[in-house]
Design a protein around this ligand. Structure first.
Ligand code: RM4
Ligand code: MN
Ligand code: MN
Length: 437
């Protein structure tokens, strides 16, 4: 991109990032060295933690870089991306500055374009790859014949189900062009009234439709089944919980896994236990990270309940520690940014995930196992708390710096003037096709 203005600098330019980092280097070194000594006293080599954090990656949802909205209104931001190519530009800024988001997850048909090969080429030029493809059968679009008003994969009418299956197969075809290796299946199907739907038959129809999609998966692909308690169906949702999702995955076959969107549970549900159970079943496929207070709020990861995020990562690191076989997770952010600059929110959220991961790596697992065996509840809890309350900021910043990313991503981004430059180059063009999110 040619920023072309004296008062703006391309935030992806390594020289721009390095110049911005210069102002923080001395302080960071002092903080990092101090933390290294603290951790050493606990028997932890900081370099191992920093190296693990450096390897952590999470996908950016293409729809996340546009401003989201609620059922009531959407207040568009300045210089929003108007098409999938511009979304990729913003994703490349996020990745350059925080160094943890090398892939993008598309949502179809929101991200429809005539030339997916060109999109793939553009992504490669920007240093980006593609993560799971998300299908969309929860909305009607002008060119389709059947309506999803009363469901898609579980609809009573076979023609509607076939259309929804065909769309998913099309998503796989597009994903193959892009180099994706997973299809994420989330449906809004369900009922708003008791009695509206036959609960058992709707689930059976889901399985029959999902089998057809599964049969279309290339050998190296996975099907990620996403459950959600409610919305848009408010009384009964066909894939409402991890039980429905797990049974579906087990029925479909070894390439089917469960995807946990953090916002898709009732308040106070113990999500880390769900994670543990799915790991036990060998069916945990990945996450949609976000945070919430009440429902599927799609708030920034770690903004409401960072301890929950830590406890989830604690389960993941524990599984790594136990060398649970075949654990290969698709990490993605799934957020809606209504009042912030989406680029800033996504960078901050990616960093919050690395923070939770780093904290989880600090848990003294041998000590914890001992306290668990001897039923020392207080010390077991303290062992987790000690890791959670450690300020790992210097580790995160050092990991970014070593990758050529920014020590201070938001500050560097703001000073670059990227958003103002986008506002000049991208006059509003109606909807960003990011729908309800
Ligand atoms: C759903 C779910 C899906 C996402 C849509 C936009 O609530 O989280 O993952 O694709 O929203
Ligand atoms: Mn989701
Ligand atoms: Mn959701």
């Amino acid at each position: 991109m040619d920023m072309g203005q004296n008062d703006t600098a391309d935030p992806r330019d390594p020289n721009v990032i390095s110049a911005a980092n210069a102002a923080h280097r001395v302080d960071l070194s002092a903080d990092y060295d101090a933390l290294a000594r603290t951790l050493q006293r606990r028997g932890i080599d900081i370099e191992n933690v920093t190296a693990a954090v450096s390897r952590f990656a999470v996908a950016i949802p293409s729809w996340g870089v546009g401003t989201g909205g609620t059922r009531f209104a959407r207040f568009p931001g300045q210089g929003e991306p108007r098409n999938v190519f511009e979304k990729l530009e913003d994703c490349s800024v996020i990745n350059a500055l925080c160094g943890a988001t090398p892939t993008v997850s598309l949502h179809l048909p929101w991200d429809k374009t005539d030339d997916f090969a060109a999109l793939k080429e553009r992504a490669t030029a920007l240093g980006l790859g593609f993560d799971a493809v998300n299908s969309n059968t929860f909305q009607d679009r002008p060119d389709q014949t059947a309506s999803y008003k009363y469901g898609s994969l579980t609809h009573t009418n076979e023609a509607v189900r076939e259309q929804a299956v065909a769309h998913n197969l099309d998503c796989i075809r597009i994903g193959q062009i892009l180099g994706s290796r997973a299809l994420t299946l989330w449906i809004g199907d369900g009922g708003n009234f008791p009695g509206q739907q036959h609960l058992a038959r709707a689930y059976e129809r889901y399985l029959l439709s999902a089998q057809k999609i599964y049969a279309g998966l290339p050998p190296d692909w996975r099907l990620l089944i996403e459950h959600k308690m409610y919305e848009p169906a408010f009384y009964s949702t066909v894939i409402q919980d991890w039980g429905s999702s797990l049974m579906a995955a087990q029925t479909l076959g070894p390439k089917a896994f469960c995807l946990v969107d953090l916002g898709h549970h009732a308040p106070n549900v113990n999500i880390e236990m769900i994670v543990a159970r799915l790991i036990h079943a060998g069916r945990l496929g990945g996450f949609h990270f976000n945070d919430s207070k009440y429902g599927d709020d799609d708030l920034d990861s770690g903004s409401i309940d960072p301890f929950l995020l830590f406890l989830i990562f604690n389960e993941l690191v524990d599984a790594e520690w136990r060398a649970v076989p075949g654990l290969k997770l698709a990490h993605m952010l799934d957020q809606s940014h209504n009042v912030t600059d989406p680029i800033e929110s996504l960078m901050t959220s990616a960093i919050e995930l690395t923070r939770a991961y780093a904290q989880a790596l600090l848990v003294d697992r041998k000590a914890l196992a001992g306290y668990q065996e001897t039923n020392d509840a207080l010390m077991a809890a303290q062992t987790l708390k000690r890791a959670f309350t450690t300020d790992v900021q210097p580790i995160l910043a050092r990991a970014r710096e070593r990758k050529g990313a920014a020590i201070d991503p938001v500050g560097t981004y703001r000073r670059s003037g990227y958003r103002a430059e986008c506002a000049r180059r991208r006059p509003p063009a109606g909807s960003t096709h990011s729908g309800i999110v």
